[in-house]
Write a protein that binds this ligand. Structure first.
Ligand code: PBG
Length: 332
């Protein structure tokens, strides 16, 4: 980079007017950069507001279809589905994850019927919405989450979702080796074009609390997820995780949570040149809402500054509960 010194260079020159700022703007955000996470609940005509996520609700399948249509109208290319499995369908091993008529599969089919291929359907692969203990995998007697045994179930879960019509399966469990196992199963079972978006660098984070309420696993979870999710102090290890997931067959990778890990996004994009997505998680949403409610700044300003930061750091897109709000702003 070459810079003449002052006053030949006055960096304020191009900042003087709005038209000029627009001309030199380096990154843009469009609705096509957004993925909208949605919570599915049972019944018909049901909307259940999630107390810890003001403005976010769980919807029964009919309502999910309406949200998917709304996404298409707003130019949001993809929705991400998470089920709130009722307590009676949860179990130690999370078998409901493999039920081809579970909430997730019903929502996938209903969206596909209503929207065809106008929208991408991304599904979460992990057992926590289905287990009675709220951990993402199978436990041994000491309560340790077993790796290889869990991977075997995740493969079946991903295939169940792919059979129902999921376009992108997104393992969020952080077991070792699951991307390879899922990729092989998709190849061998007639689903070679189903994408894998790997939650490659997912940290054990304080920012997931409201999500756990939304899927109903918060009250069940004892302890933490530190034996599988990453330590917030580690960046090099994130690159190893991401590199392995790419080598195992991931089409895109995710860093999660978002804002506290922008360095990881940047390094991943520089190192691998693959599509990198950020998940602006539930706690990040709730903090923006709380900040807006406390009068720190408007919601719009707080949100847009953060979303553009993800683009600047190298993201191809962002999963955010603010997707419809942001898309409306961007569409004017
Ligand atoms: C579960 C999963 C979590 C999130 C997405 N998938 C929570 C967790 O790992 O406990 C968090 C999303 C959010 O907080 O918005 N495997």
């Amino acid at each position: 980079m070459i810079n003449a010194s002052y006053p030949a260079t006055r960096l304020r020159r191009t900042r003087a007017h709005s038209w000029s700022r627009a001309m030199v703007r380096e990154t843009i955000l469009t609705p096509a950069d957004l993925i909208w996470p949605l919570f599915v609940t049972g019944g018909k005509n049901i909307e259940e507001p999630v107390a810890s996520l003001p403005g976010v609700s769980r919807w029964s399948v009919d309502g999910i279809v309406k949200r998917a249509r709304e996404a298409v109208e707003l130019g949001i290319p993809c929705v991400a589905l998470f089920p709130n499995t009722p307590a009676e369908n949860r179990s130690e091993r999370g078998d409901e994850a493999l039920n081809p008529d579970n909430l997730m599969c019903r929502a996938i089919r209903a969206i596909r019927d209503a929207c065809g291929n106008d929208i991408g359907i991304l599904t979460d692969v992990a057992l926590d919405p289905y287990t009675s203990h709220g951990q993402d995998g199978l436990l041994d007697d000491a309560g340790y989450v077993l790796n290889d045994e869990t991977v075997a179930v995740l493969v079946d879960q991903a295939m169940t979702q792919a059979e129902a019509g999921a376009d992108i399966v997104a393992p969020s469990d952080m077991m070792d080796g699951r991307v390879k196992a899922i990729r092989m199963a998709l190849e061998m079972n007639g689903k070679p074009n189903v994408q894998i978006m790997a939650y490659a660098a997912k940290y054990a984070s304080a920012f997931y609390g409201p999500f756990r309420d939304a899927v109903g696993s918060g009250g069940l979870l004892k302890g933490d997820k530190k034996s599988y999710q990453m330590d917030a102090a580690n960046g090099d290890e994130a690159l190893r995780e991401i590199g392995m997931d790419i080598a195992e067959g991931a089409d895109s990778v995710m860093v999660k949570p978002g804002l506290a890990y922008l360095d990881v996004i940047w390094r991943a994009k520089e190192a691998f040149g693959v599509p990198v997505f950020a998940y602006q998680v539930s706690g990040e949403y709730a903090l923006i809402e709380a900040g807006a409610a406390a009068g720190i700044a408007d919601r719009e300003a707080l949100l847009m500054e953060k979303l553009i930061a993800f683009k600047r750091a190298g993201c191809s897109g962002i999963l955010t509960y603010h997707a419809p709000f942001a898309a409306r702003l961007l569409n004017g």
